[in-house]
Structures are given as C-alpha cells and as structure tokens.
Design a protein around this ligand. Structure first.
Ligand code: ADP
Ligand code: MG
Length: 268
C-alpha cells in the first residue's frame, strides 16, 4: 500500500441511521479524532441542522456561517471550507442556522439529491484530506440522501435495544434505493454497536441477532456506554481529548484501527 499522496481522493463515509440518539454524532466526532490521531487528514461535515457535531468540536455559533448549507447551495467551495479544531489534522464544516431550511428548499433545487456529491467532486480542501465523515441527521429525507449520494460507503451506528433491527431494514431499503438510482458504487462500510451495556442481557441478545444477520459487516469493536463519552461534548471536546484513557476513548481508537485495516485489505 502506498502512502497517501496530497491529491489522492479521500474516502467518504456517511454516518447514518434515521433513528435519533443512536450515536451517529458521537461516532462521527470520535472516529474522526481517532483517525486524525493516526495522522490521517480528516474532514467532518455536519449535515444535521441540530449542529451537534459542530458543538461537540467546540465551534462557536458565530463561527458557523461558512457552513454545510453554503456548500449545498454552491456558495462555498471545498477549498475554502473547513474550520480548524483542537485536533491536529481535523477540520469541520459546521451546520449553521440556514441548514434547518435546507430540507424544504432542496425539494425545489436542481440535482437535489446530488448537491453534496457535486460540491465534493468540484474540489478538495487545500491541505488535502484522507477521510471525509458526514454526520447525517436522524431522518431519511433529502439531507441524508445527499449524504448517501456523496459517500463511498455508509457506516451505521446501532444502539443495542429492542427495535434496533426494525429501524435498520428501513435504512437498508433506502441505501438500496440510493444505489439503484443515484450512487451505484455505494457500499456498507460496517455496523458499529454503540452504548453497549454488558450488564444488560438485552444488549447481548441484540448484538447476537445483529451479528447473526449482518455477519462480518459488524465491527468486532463495541462502543460501551461510558459517562465520559456523554460528558465530553459539553466541554466542546472529543472524548479522546477530554479523557484519553477512558473506555470510550479506547473503543473509538480500536474502531479506527478496524476501519484502517478494512482499507488495507481492500487495497491489497
Ligand atoms: P445521534 O447523533 O445518533 O442522534 P448522539 O451521538 O448525539 O446520537 O448520541 C445521543 C446521546 O447519547 C448523546 O447525549 C451522547 O452524548 C450519548 N452517547 C452517545 N454515545 C455514548 C456512549 N458510548 N456512552 C454514553 N453516552 C453516549
Ligand atoms: Mg446526531
């Protein structure tokens, strides 16, 4: 495998699940940070109007004008987009206040499913980038569709609870539809089990079911429920900067390792 070159195309991952509160944003922030810790250059695109990823990286509201909305509308090019974070090598395109209207405005737009894909093919950040992680909103509307059309692969965070598998069949149908109509090369990167509680039998049962159904598409790494992970965003920091040694940080480092190995295997 050759080292990344400045003009190599980045690998684009959409982090998606139409359920809210399953760990999409937490995974976007912390997987991105763990990848950057291995000296990958990473861009996080906050595609959720709630802007939780932007908050989690400590981006102040007044700094969110050069945002994903402008990227979608074509006002902002990727060369100039992206705010620095505390994490070396990691930049963020935040979600500003206008993004809330995008879901409705996109309905009337030209190439409405391709707005993000078009922006990502028009240019790249000047500093170069190896991974782009797109934090999708908790819905299967046009914003998430834009994320899926722009991506090479989807990463699905799944919370180990009773209805987890039901929600996922709706998501896989959407992925199939996007593949069929807009993005034939889209693949499933993997499923990551989040907020796992080993004292809870249901967590184990659901994890077994998911592994039984999706096999090796489910990462070995399981993200434990960990209070440090949930505290970190209120300090505007990834958990890896907030408490490097906690169980949540270790799990995200391990997940990044699995993702990087997946790529080595694919490239070999
Ligand atoms: P989503 O983006 O899918 O809506 P979030 O990543 O925002 O989900 O997570 C929902 C809530 O759960 C947040 O308050 C977050 O801090 C918390 N959370 C996520 N992952 C963990 C974890 N591993 N341990 C404890 N709390 C977590
Ligand atoms: Mg979120």
């Amino acid at each position: 495998v050759s080292p990344p070159t400045p003009d190599a195309r980045p690998h684009i991952l959409a982090i998606a699940n139409q359920k809210g509160g399953v760990g999409k944003t937490t995974t976007a922030i912390n997987l991105a940070t763990a990848l950057a810790a291995t000296r990958k250059r990473v861009l996080v695109i906050d595609l959720d109007p709630q802007g939780n990823a932007s908050t989690g990286f400590g981006i102040p509201r007044e700094a969110r004008r050069q945002d994903t909305y402008r990227l979608l509308s074509g006002d902002l090019t990727l060369e100039r987009a992206g705010l620095a974070t505390e994490v070396p090598g990691l930049t963020v395109i935040p979600a500003g206040p206008d993004l809330a209207g995008a879901e409705v405005e996109l309905v009337q737009a030209d190439r409405r499913e391709h707005r993000l894909a078009d922006a990502l093919t028009r240019g790249l950040p000047e500093a170069g980038v190896d991974y782009i992680l797109i934090d999708c909103p908790p819905a299967l509307g046009l914003l998430t569709i834009n994320g899926l059309v722009a991506a090479h692969a989807v990463l699905i965070p799944l919370q180990c609870e009773f209805f987890a598998l039901e929600g996922i069949s709706q998501l896989t149908r959407t992925i199939e539809r996007v593949k069929g109509r807009f993005n034939p090369a889209l693949t499933l990167q993997g499923i990551v089990l989040t907020m796992f509680d080993k004292r809870n039998n249901l967590s184990e049962t659901v994890a077994e079911d998911v592994r039984g159904y999706f096999g090796d598409k489910v990462y070995r790494t399981v993200i434990p429920r960990n209070v440090r992970v949930s505290e970190a965003p209120s300090h505007g920091k990834p958990v890896l900067l907030y408490d490097t040694g906690c169980a949540g940080s270790k799990a995200y480092i391990q997940l990044a390792g699995e993702l990087l190995r997946q790529h080595k295997t694919l490239a070999a």
